[in-house]
Design a protein around this ligand. Structure first.
Ligand code: HEC
Length: 242
């Protein structure tokens, strides 16, 4: 039997192609649609259609119509995925982002550094900040110059290591020091300014903790160049903006 695995927030489900009951499959179709899992949605939808057609008409009809529907649906799916509609991140039921594992494979947009020795020995955010945006939202940014609902930006922290290298005096990255993140989502955070939630991550938790507005958002709202993101510090984003 062919088993397909799909990730639907927050659980991973296994889709057993032949064994799904109708109730199960309708429920999954709904979840797939809500989570914009277009590939899974179209597959389940086609299965329903096939069942329907089989029960009402003769095989001949299935042979002529079903392949056309399949081709149509696949067309929609690939178009949606190609234009970067895929959503990233998994969330708890309280809409807190599970610590992303693969963000280093996302789009790297820049690295700011606030070294301790220029900040009275204790920078607010130690020290290098390597910043990544999820690929779906980067594709959307390239098309529109806006951060879509669903955008996840991860800031990875690293200490300053040595200040001497064969290339000269400077600040060079030392050790990994954790992450912080911001997530824009109109559905999950309808009451937050700009629909942005800010999350802090501790080493002993599997997911981030949403922070008070005064701890994060207030400063971003006041000083960031576009929609609470410090685009003024990311030439990569500015260059990609249409
Ligand atoms: C006093 C102002 C201030 C506060 C408070 C603040 N930030 Fe930021 N944040 C910045 C600045 C400035 C940058 C960009 C430059 C840098 O990285 O130092 C930034 C960058 C970021 C980025 C990368 C995207 C971007 O907009 O540049 C994330 C993610 C982020 N902060 C999350 C947080 C979280 C989470 C908190 C709360 C725990 C927080 N910030 C609190 C000023 C602030």
């Amino acid at each position: 039997m062919r088993i397909l695995e799909f990730e639907i927030n927050p659980v991973k489900i296994r889709y057993y192609r032949k064994r799904l009951s109708l109730t199960h499959s309708i429920c999954l179709t709904k979840m797939a649609l809500e989570n914009k899992q277009l590939e899974l949605f179209s597959m389940l939808f086609i299965n329903h259609l096939k069942g329907l057609i089989m029960s009402k008409f003769k095989k001949a009809l299935l042979c002529s119509i079903a392949p056309m529907l399949v081709v149509g649906m696949i067309g929609v799916t690939t178009q949606a995925v190609a234009s970067g509609e895929r959503l990233y991140g998994r969330f708890t039921k309280d809409n807190e982002l599970y610590t992303p594992r693969d963000y280093r494979e996302w789009v790297f947009i820049g690295s700011n550094v606030t070294p301790n020795d220029m900040n009275d020995g204790a920078a607010a955010f130690p020290e290098f900040h390597n910043v990544y945006i999820d690929p779906g939202s980067y594709a959307h940014w390239k098309k529109t110059g806006e951060f879509r609902s669903g955008t996840i930006i991860v800031k990875e922290l690293a200490s300053v290591g040595t200040k001497e290298a064969p290339s000269g005096h400077g600040y060079f990255q030392g050790e990994y020091g954790g992450i912080a993140a911001m997530v824009k989502d109109a559905k999950r955070y309808p009451d937050k300014p700009g629909n942005w939630a800010y999350l802090g991550f501790s080493a002993d938790s599997r997911h981030g903790a949403i922070q008070e507005e005064s701890a994060c958002s207030a400063c971003h709202q006041q000083s960031a160049a576009q929609d609470q993101v410090f685009t003024q510090f990311y030439p990569v984003l500015r260059a990609a903006k249409p």
